[in-house]
Design a protein around this ligand. Structure first.
Ligand code: AMP
Ligand code: GLY
Length: 425
């Protein structure tokens, strides 16, 4: 079948690479794609915001499956529109994507169905929000309810800071996303991510990962979309994974069905591993970026079959196979990211880097100019390696980075440090 991928990041390059390997894939298109995706798919100028244009393209090119990478078109209802038009599309409906699109919606589901998460309140009124903050005390977490490109969360160390965050958000700091707030208890522990594939009724665990959100080594500097990731996350032991499935993922899938908005697609749980067990920090309705890159590096099964099992509601008969190896990816970003940065520098040495054993490079913000690769975004490359352990994968990824010539780029040198320490212990 012909397949259309929506998105332009490293996540979408990794998904295109996995889809391209499938015997089910004839022509592969990507809207809009990037410099690396252009090697394996036809990149097209098509906006995911324009559902009519996407549907028209699918009819013209006889597209049998659309795979939506990022959250915004899912929350906006692209899968609903495609499904109504009779075109198979992977991902949740707009209603089900509320699990990412509204933090308050998710907290209410957790409360109603007894899913472990931080104590919380939902507010539209500054006075009530501040009274709740004074009652709870600091540290406390103030969140914009809606999508805020990963920026709408303030961890306040004092009651004064939390009250300031309330005023800023209600005054429009994150636009409409902050018209409603979720204020919640601060959870202590280690964070980890858990990915499941869901078809409305059945959930199949995929894999675990950990990412590194801060820009610089030692978890310093501003928050980013993610500067590197690895899978599996050794902190999520098999026993903990069973607990996450039983206490968090499966009750959520049942709850969404009971609420009349069955969840289909990738369910990405951001977890805090507290002293009392795993607690849900947030759900995302899509793969993580860069977590997807390490998941696709480890997946042995046919990704198109896995996607179709979710869309066609046949996950109960799917088995997913994974490599025993660990995978680790290091993000190379343009100097200045996540603030302002220059575009247009030529990147050299990519072929030599990819010739290193076990290494694959997924592009994010790149552009092709004849044979040259140019930097064209904030996060630019994902240097990904498989290894016998996270420590081994890390060594391979960093050896490959040494072959890449891009003076205008930077990367963290400590990706994987938690897992490496655990492996040493
Ligand atoms: P989110 O966008 O909800 O993932 O939040 C961004 C980050 O804020 C998370 O990855 C956590 O590091 C942190 N965070 C969010 N909620 C809490 C919480 N209740 N307690 C502690 N940290 C939190
Ligand atoms: N890397 C975090 C995310 O994709 O949300």
């Amino acid at each position: 079948m012909n397949i259309l991928m929506i998105g332009s990041g490293g996540r979408e390059h990794a998904l295109c690479w996995a889809i391209r390997k499938s015997s089910h894939c004839d022509r592969l298109y990507c809207a809009p794609g990037n410099g690396g995706i252009a090697d394996i798919a036809d990149c097209i100028d098509l906006s995911a915001d324009d559902a009519d244009a996407v549907i028209a393209f699918c009819r013209e090119k006889d597209i049998g499956l659309v795979v939506v990478g990022p959250e915004a078109p899912l929350v906006a209802g692209l899968v609903d529109r495609l499904t109504e038009a009779g075109i198979k599309a992977f991902g949740p409906s707009a209603k089900a994507a509320q699990l990412e699109g509204s933090k308050g919606f998710t907290k209410d589901i957790c409360a109603k169905y007894n899913i472990p998460t931080a104590a919380y309140g939902r507010f539209r009124d500054a006075g009530a929000a501040k009274a709740f903050i004074r009652k709870m005390g600091a540290p406390i977490v103030v969140k914009a309810d809606g999508l805020a490109a990963g920026k709408g969360v303030i961890i306040a160390e004092s009651v004064t800071d939390a009250e300031q965050a309330v005023d800023d958000m209600l005054a429009g700091q994150f636009g409409n996303a902050g018209a409603e707030l979720v204020i919640e208890e601060f959870l202590e522990g280690e964070e980890a991510s858990f990915f499941a594939l869901v078809d409305g009724k059945t959930a199949v665990p995929m894999a675990t990962a950990q990412d590194h959100k801060r820009a610089f080594d030692g978890d310093q500097g501003p928050n980013t979309g993610g500067m590197g990731a690895y899978s599996p996350a050794p902190v999520l032991t098999p026993t903990l994974c069973e607990q996450v499935m039983a206490d968090i993922i499966l009750p959520t899938v049942k709850a969404m069905e009971a609420e009349g908005c069955p969840y289909k697609g990738v369910l990405y749980a951001g977890l805090m591993l507290t002293r009392d067990g795993p607690s849900l920090i947030e759900y995302n309705c899509r793969f993580g970026d860069p977590e997807c890159q390490v998941l696709m590096a480890r997946l042995k099964s046919d990704m198109v079959e896995a996607i179709l099992a979710s869309v066609d509601e046949t996950l109960d008969s799917l088995t997913l196979n994974w490599r025993d190896e660990a995978a680790l990816t290091v993000v190379m970003a343009a100097k200045g990211y996540p603030g302002s940065y220059e575009k247009g520098a030529v990147i050299e040495g990519l072929d030599a880097a990819e010739a290193e054993p076990g290494v694959r490079i997924f592009h994010a913000g790149t552009k092709r100019d004849s044979k040259k690769t140019l930097a064209a975004g904030g996060r630019v490359l994902n240097v990904t390696a498989l290894g016998s352990s996270v420590t081994d994968a890390k060594a391979k990824a960093y050896a490959a980075i040494q072959k890449i010539n891009w003076a205008e780029g930077f990367y963290r040198s400590d990706i994987g440090y938690r897992a490496v320490k655990r492996e040493q212990d």
